[in-house]
Design a binder for this molecule. Structure first.
Ligand code: BGC
Length: 737
């Protein structure tokens, strides 16, 4: 395990560091062409070349002679077979923009930083998320990357998970749909996107050793369904298997997940790559095709060890061929071979910044707004802005998804003991400066919030106070609790006591507790709002943009309401680096994580336990008001729901009408519609439910089963705010996965 530590150390200290038509990777006629080409190429590859395809490296850790030339170093590099026109795979992380760990260290390569996944999810807008994906794809292509490690659709089960900011919320339909569209956008640039981390990588504590245990039916109805939908919509060229074990077997050697579910049941034709350091055996037969970031593993599993397996006859050349064939097929089907990427093409960062701002504006959620405190009134002449470095920028999440923003980070802090890839970076988009720009008539002062009493004194005479509060979260580490860190609760409490006309803007990875909630007038959840977050926040605060985001994650009222009030593994893992856990005895390190909620993730759990969260899934206010009427529900072999939504307020606004059905007594989101409405305008909305959401997964018969019966349907403005209700009788149905 010393080797792995050496790599980590190297990562901590290393200083090294065209508009094209969309293409579907599997479903079109091009697919069989890709298969035939893969077959032809495979026949010409030597065994060494096939091994070169099934193994990836971290380029910055290769000896200089083996490093790829003329490329930006990203997370991964696969040699390819240039002799036969098979390009090397140049890989970068990319869920939130073209990330580049090496360049975060070097700071000489920048990219458009999108808002976090939690913000994207809060848009509930597949078309916008696809546009964001296309923006990332175009930027990646212009930088010379042809594989993007994007598409994180792990469901938010654990509110303390340090990576919740990368994911798309707690609901399988929402996460799968948005993830699929993000992938479709990325791949429209004729490059490969992953979907990740397959599966049940729901917390960072002990992620490399824990066993996530969930029975098959619950797994199929929740986390796997998000992947299933994401794969259907996005047709990703690759699936990245996760670090953790699932039901006692590492995800990257889990034949049930990779061979049975992904390939047999879903008909997936792309390839499976491992997460970096997630391989623990040369078990190519379990369905893994490519070991990524070889240097992150303690042994050359898909190198010398697999060769030894071959020599011993435990693995055949046909097994190696199958993996190489899947990789080749994806290379051809994606367009990566026929439309080679080239480093150094111009990028329209101004246009891409607009995309980042559009996502931020659509994803910011107005959680509370008493007495119309927001939008900021024209009469507000003296405004005080407090805290969270709002004078320079907006915070972002740490880890492999970290993007070095255009313009360079406004501020880069290194929390004590953190490796360089977990830096706390601020995108150069100051909410304070943006507010001053849109409110030239107001005097806007700033207090850094470091002294609550000083901030409270300054707040006293202001017409309005806007307190910014932040929660930095990062890959590799969960937050210990849901409180805002660094005494910020005390800061907000002191300021609100001095001036009740206080609005709070949260920049958090996921949900936080708000002990001061009833003392403040308004709360805006801005997540990590990205490259143009400051401008987006200012436009929402002033009403230039009407808030339209809706929570894709429940905000609990207390940690006791959540399925696992005690973070699983916290006693073993807290204070330890994730890699240190390898040194623990097996019976301790492979600690089990159970999920009392089963398939009832997030709002379903709150529904089942009748708990009232602080803010429900789907919640979000607007500066206008909406009314619903004329519900029509029809059943039979499918569930269709139609109704009207009207804007009954005085401003243009966007409503996200949500449709839930009760299945076995618990509500499930079965569809939604995001509707833009002018004042006084009414629109007809109709939603057809995906039958899998009305079904239970029948493990014995390996099929989805919709039980015959009467189903309750609710049209809602949030999971806890049904507005119209109806019933439909559904016929029994079985659907093969
Ligand atoms: C993360 C992946 C990422 C990979 C490469 C891993 O630590 O879990 O999401 O794609 O690193 O950077």
């Amino acid at each position: 395990m010393k080797f792995v530590r050496a790599i980590t150390l190297a990562l901590m200290t290393s200083s090294a560091a065209a508009a094209l038509a969309p293409c579907a990777l599997a479903a079109d006629a091009g697919a069989s062409v890709a298969d035939a080409r893969a077959e032809r190429t495979l026949k010409q590859l030597t065994l060494d070349e096939r091994f070169d395809l099934i193994r990836g490296y971290m380029p910055f850790l290769l000896p200089p002679a083996e490093q790829p030339k003329g490329v930006i170093f990203g997370a991964g590099y696969v040699k390819g077979a240039p002799r036969l026109g098979v390009p090397p795979l140049i890989e970068s992380d990319a869920s939130l923009g073209v990330a580049n760990m090496a360049s975060v260290m070097r700071r000489d390569d920048v990219a458009t930083a999108l808002p976090s996944g939690a913000a994207m999810a809060a848009t509930w807008d597949p078309a916008l998320v696809e546009r964001a994906g296309a923006m990332i794809g175009a930027e990646a292509r212009a930088k010379g990357f042809n594989v993007l490690l994007a598409g994180g659709v792990n469901l938010v089960r654990e509110p303390r998970n340090g990576r919740n900011f990368e994911y798309l919320g707690e609901d399988p339909l929402l996460a799968g749909t948005l993830g699929g569209h993000a992938i479709r956008g990325v791949q429209s640039a004729r490059i490969i996107s992953t979907i990740k981390h397959f599966a049940l990588n729901a917390q960072e504590t002990g992620r490399m050793v824990l066993s996530a245990n969930l029975d098959e039916a619950a797994l199929r109805e929740s986390d796997l369904l998000a992947f299933e939908i994401g794969v259907e919509i996005g047709q990703p060229g690759a699936v990245m298997c996760a670090y953790n074990q699932v039901n006692g077997v590492y995800a990257c050697e889990n034949s049930f997940l990779l061979n049975d579910v992904l390939r047999r049941d879903w008909g997936y034709k792309g390839f499976v790559m491992s997460d970096w350091g997630a391989v623990h055996s040369p078990s190519i037969r379990a369905g893994l095709d490519q070991q990524s970031g070889t240097q992150a593993s303690d042994k050359p599993y898909f190198g010398a060890m697999l060769r030894a397996e071959l020599a011993a006859g435990r693995v055949t050349e046909a097994d190696i061929d199958q993996a190489a064939r899947r990789i080749l097929r994806t290379i051809y089907a994606s367009g990566v071979a026929d439309h080679p990427v080239k480093m150094g093409l111009p990028i329209d960062y101004a246009a891409h910044g607009e995309v980042a701002q559009a996502v931020a504006e659509a994803g910011i959620v107005l959680l509370k707004n008493d007495g119309g405190l927001l939008p900021i009134a024209a009469s507000a002449k003296r405004i005080l802005v407090v805290g969270a470095h709002a004078d320079v920028g907006v915070v972002s999440g740490g880890g492999s998804s970290q993007v070095n923003p255009v313009g360079g980070a406004a501020l880069a802090l290194s929390p004590p003991g953190e490796p360089v890839w977990r830096k706390k970076l601020y995108a150069p988009s100051s909410p304070l400066l943006a507010l001053r720009e849109v409110l030239p008539q107001a005097a806007i002062a700033y207090d850094d919030g470091s002294d609550p009493q000083r901030a409270a004194a300054a707040a006293r005479d202001a017409d309005l106070v806007v307190v910014f509060a932040e929660q930095f979260t990062t890959e590799g580490k969960d937050v210990p609790d849901l409180n805002l860190p660094d005494n910020q609760d005390a800061l907000i409490t002191a300021v609100a006591a001095a001036n009740p006309r206080t609005a709070v803007v949260l920049e958090t990875g996921g949900p936080v507790l708000m002990p001061w909630l009833d003392k403040v007038g308004a709360v805006l959840e801005a997540w990590y709002p990205g490259q143009r977050g400051g401008q987006a926040i200012a436009r929402i605060l002033t009403g230039a943009a009407n808030p339209s985001g809706r929570l894709a994650i429940t905000f609990p009222a207390t940690i006791e309401q959540t399925p696992n009030p005690k973070l699983p593994g916290a006693d073993i893992a807290v204070g330890k680096s994730e890699l240190d856990l390898y040194d623990l005895p097996d019976d301790r390190k492979h600690f089990p994580v159970g999920y009392p909620e089963g398939a009832d993730v997030g709002y379903r759990w709150y529904d089942r336990t009748r708990a009232r969260p602080l803010f429900a899934f789907g919640h979000g206010l607007s500066y206008t008001h909406f009314a619903y009427r004329d519900l029509a529900v029809s059943g039979g072999t499918g569930l269709r729901v139609a109704f009207q939504v009207a804007n009954v307020g005085a401003r243009a606004g966007t409503e996200t009408a949500q449709v839930y059905a009760r299945v076995n007594g618990v509500k499930r989101l079965v569809g939604w519609s995001r509707v833009d409405l002018k004042p006084g305008e009414t629109r007809q909305v109709s939603v057809t439910a995906d039958p899998r959401l009305l079904a239970a997964f029948d493990v014995k018969r390996r099929s989805w089963h919709v039980a015959a019966g009467v189903y309750t349907v609710e049209v809602s403005a949030a999971a806890d705010r049904p507005i119209l209700a109806g019933k439909a009788r559904l016929a029994e149905r079985r659907i093969r996965p």
